[in-house]
Design a protein around this ligand. Structure first.
Ligand code: NAD
Length: 260
């Protein structure tokens, strides 16, 4: 097991990509905190890990709420003794053209993706900096950390933003053995994506099948969705890389949709 003795805090881990990452990190021996705004779903996802022989707890946490982030992180430290890995993954999607984009939606998007990334990072750093024990922080970016798509102004802005935070953390954290990265998936069929298919069909005036084939998979080299497993494997690779040669990077996992 590659992560025996490590503790991971994964946000937005009650569903989709976060849940897949939590499952894989636990499978590799990490004690995992499944943090999510949906407390019941977080507990269910944690219990599923425990039922498979892993160590996990559900942690209710709204990543936009400073007190909730600090209290949830404290709960993880009390349960497992520290935090070695943070995966700042919680996210939502709201699609609309810029001229119709509600300011409240814009602020909510940036709060969840950017405030959430900042607040969770700041909350775990005292654990990672303690005695320079170090750790790895992974931000969930997207191909939209590098590319634009219509209807996704706030999302593309937020996903570009996490690149900056990851690079600053790579610089500041190096002295304490902390590394940071952005993992940038292409489309993965999670609830976040399923919701967008009819919404984009309506906004773009095309069929749902065209949204899938053209908008979501048209840029890939093989017309295939990225999977939860693909993203979780990438996170595991970054968390277990043996030296600081790899830090401050963005890794795109998208079937060639974006090549850097
Ligand atoms: P999902 O909807 O399946 O899961 C998102 C989780 O985040 C949910 O459990 C939700 O309750 C939680 N969440 C939402 N707001 C929260 C908050 N304020 N505090 C804490 N938790 C909150 O979505 P997903 O597709 O698994 O997306 C996870 C991440 O991956 C997001 O950052 C998303 O932008 C990113 N991403 C997804 C795709 C994709 O194709 N699915 C591609 C690239 C990047």
């Amino acid at each position: 097991m590659k992560l025996a003795g490590k503790t991971a805090l994964v946000t937005g881990a009650a569903s989709g990509i976060g849940r897949g990452i939590a499952r894989m990190l636990a499978h590799e021996g990490a004690a995992v905190a499944v943090a999510d705004i949906d407390a019941a779903a977080a507990h269910t996802a944690a219990q599923a890990i425990v039922d498979r022989g892993g160590r996990a707890i559900g942690v209710p946490m709204d990543v936009t709420d400073e007190q909730a982030v600090n209290a949830g992180t404290q709960q993880v430290v009390e349960a497992f003794g520290g935090v070695d890995i943070l995966v700042a993954n919680a996210g939502i999607q709201i699609v609309n053209p810029i001229q119709d984009y509600a300011f409240a939606d814009w602020k909510r998007m940036l709060a969840i993706h950017l405030d959430g990334a900042f607040l969770t990072t700041r909350a775990v750093l005292p654990q990672m900096y303690r005695d320079d024990r170090g750790g790895t922080v992974i931000y969930m970016g997207s191909v939209h950390s590098h590319e634009a798509s219509p209807l996704k102004s706030a999302y593309v802005t937020a996903k570009h933003g996490v690149l900056g935070l990851a690079r600053v953390l790579a610089s500041e954290g190096a002295a304490h053995n902390v590394r940071s990265h952005v993992v940038c998936p292409g489309f993965v069929r999670t609830p976040l994506v399923e919701k967008q298919i009819p919404e984009q069909a309506r906004e773009l005036g095309i069929s749902e099948d065209e949204v899938v084939q053209r908008v979501m998979l048209g840029g890939t080299v093989d017309g295939v969705f990225t999977t939860l497993e693909d993203v979780a494997q990438t996170v595991l690779f970054l968390c277990t890389f043996p030296s600081a040669a790899l830090t401050g990077q963005s890794i795109v996992v998208s079937h060639g949709w974006f090549m850097q």
